[in-house]
Design a protein around this ligand. Structure first.
Ligand code: NA7
Length: 533
């Protein structure tokens, strides 16, 4: 059987685009299949009002080409979705990527042919015929938060008005003027969009199952002097970022919160709060390791709610009860203050679920809430959702679904036993969602491209992890997750938001530096843990 491409790449977000560029640079042929009509992945689909990245734009950007980072101008501290999408399109143009991308094409199935040592990839085009291509390697770049979760709330299909999911927002936008809107969910997407939708809607009713911690973004236009400084020292900043567990260049206070006197502790929290953003969790080194330390941070944030929200009942309902940073910390602009608006109501459904969706609204806690439209800010089937939508068949016809019956098992979050020549960019078992995605993506792309080049140089055509190496890695991923408080709550990190999903802490929490070191050791030892044929 002939081979159409060295590699098929699934997805044209930041992972897929760089993978294509890198493979071309090394002289490989590649074809990218992308379900959307354009590039950008997460930033293509998540077009809800107020959508922006919670990692600062100068850091949430590619670093593989110093010219690119010098020429691109970010306008705000945190880039909006439209700006990120412009950036993705700029990258696609600059490196002439589109000619190897097939848009509106979804990969439905990929079967490894053990005789020819290649993948047979089946695609379906939106409104078109199914097609098959063959490739030596398949590389998934489908994103970690790309399979929207629509909860099975009784009656949802009977609702007569429009229903929008934040993770698959209409391209033409939605005009909420004069509308009554019901929002389900209070995660990052809701916390970003609620303040913006509230400015337009006649009335917004927010249904909250779990109150979330959020810290102010303090977003602002980027000061030209600051940008000049960043650009003059970009390499050094990127290098520093890679020494930090999250791959983000912010200062981590090495002190312990419990061992720090109260006055100083509050001063540290307040300084981070005033600066804004995810760096709040780096106020002390033990916030996710020690219950008491965590409680100090949680109480600091909880106390802020009462200072902002005027209605005591609403303020009390907004106070999160669980561990701070266990679910991903949110970064907001005016979220709590939005509940002071006369056109916004919070409905606490923590003690009983939404009873049903009716043709004209929602019924919860024995009350009917009439709404013109529904916004589902209900998140994603994270980390494995998109991967398991593709019918991957490895050796002996085994499916990835069967293999991951009890939760995802990978070697380095990159490869899976019995699925030769299949690589996952930011797969489960890699730092991925616990880090700045851009450097994590680039590290994976570089690893994969170097690996393919090594195979070519050695005259090898097959690479796959050996079971012992995978077992050891899965054990290590589990062991490090048990050290932190992060694995203890019902978050999407452990699959708890999807009924029936096995409860496993999916990302690698050992930090980006430790992970990079582990990968480098594997390579230095001649692709230790892999079998090459
Ligand atoms: P999240 O963070 O998973 O938030 C989803 C929200 O939807 C969360 O508040 C959920 O409550 C709520 N939810 C889900 N299903 C239901 C049902 N059936 N009833 C009521 N409420 C429900 O997704 P986001 O899109 O906001 O953010 C995802 C990531 O993107 C984020 O972490 C950043 O990394 C960027 P729950 O907490 O499960 O009780």
């Amino acid at each position: 059987m002939s081979i159409d491409f060295d590699a098929v790449i699934i997805g044209a977000g930041f992972g897929g685009m760089y993978m294509l560029h890198k493979l071309r640079q090394k002289g490989f042929t590649a074809r990218v299949f992308e379900a959307g009509k354009g590039v950008g992945g997460t930033w293509y689909w998540n077009r809800y009002p107020g959508a922006r990245c919670d990692v600062e734009s100068v850091q949430y950007s590619y670093q593989f080409d110093p010219d690119l980072e010098q020429e691109w101008e970010w306008s705000e501290r945190y880039a909006t979705q439209p700006e990120l999408l412009r950036y993705a399109n700029h990258v696609a143009d600059r490196y002439d990527l589109r000619r190897d991308i097939r848009f509106e094409t979804r990969v439905s199935r990929a079967v490894f042919d053990e005789t020819a040592n290649l993948w047979q990839v089946e695609t379906g085009q939106v409104g078109g015929a199914a097609a098959k291509v063959t490739a030596r390697f398949v590389i998934t770049a489908m994103g970690c938060l790309s399979s929207p979760n629509t909860p099975k709330i009784p009656g949802l299909e009977d609702f007569e008005g429009p229903t929008y999911h934040t993770g698959n927002w209409p391209h033409e936008g939605v005009d909420f003027t004069g509308k009554t809107v019901g929002v389900i969910g209070t995660g990052s997407s809701a916390i970003q969009s609620i303040p913006v939708m509230a400015e337009q809607a006649k009335h917004l009713t927010v249904f909250q199952r779990t109150a979330n911690y959020t810290v102010p973004a303090h977003n602002k236009p980027l000061d030209p002097g600051y940008v000049r400084e960043v650009k003059a020292n970009y390499r050094e900043m990127r290098r520093r970022a890679k020494t930090k567990p999250a791959g983000i260049d912010f200062t981590i206070n090495s002190a312990s919160a419990v061992e720090t006197p109260e006055e100083e502790r509050i001063r540290q929290f307040q300084a981070r709060w005033d600066y804004g953003g995810l760096g709040f969790m780096a106020s002390f080194s033990d916030l996710l390791l020690n219950d008491d330390s965590n409680r100090f941070a949680a109480d600091f944030v909880r106390a802020k709610i009462g200072e902002v929200v005027k209605d005591p009942k609403t303020a009390a309902a907004l106070v999160p009860k669980n561990i701070i940073g266990c679910k991903r910390l949110c970064v907001d602009t005016g979220y709590w203050a939005t509940f002071n608006r006369p056109n916004v109501t919070l409905v606490d459904i923590s003690d009983e679920p939404i009873e049903r969706i009716t043709p004209t609204g929602l019924r919860a806690k024995g009350e009917d809430f009439a709404v013109d439209c529904l916004v589902l800010a209900t998140g994603f089937d994270a980390m494995t959702g998109a991967l398991l939508k593709v019918d991957f068949r490895g050796r002996g016809g085994i499916t990835l679904k069967e293999r991951w019956n009890e939760g995802p098992k990978t070697y380095l979050g990159l490869t899976v036993v019995d699925f030769p020549n299949l690589f996952m960019i930011t797969g489960p078992g890699s730092p991925s969602v616990l880090t700045n995605m851009l450097p994590s993506i680039e590290q994976h792309v570089d690893f994969i491209a170097d690996c393919l080049e090594t195979l070519r140089n050695k005259g090898k055509t097959v690479i796959e992890p050996v079971p012992e190496a995978q077992e050891e890695w899965v054990g290590h991923v589990g062991d490090v997750s048990n050290i932190t408080l992060r694995s203890t709550c019902s978050s999407w990190y452990v699959g708890a938001n999807i009924p029936g999903k096995p409860r496993v802490f999916m990302p690698y929490i050992g930090g980006l530096p430790a992970y990079i070191q582990a990968c480098e050791k594997v390579v230095a030892n001649g692709y230790e843990g892999f079998a090459l044929a």
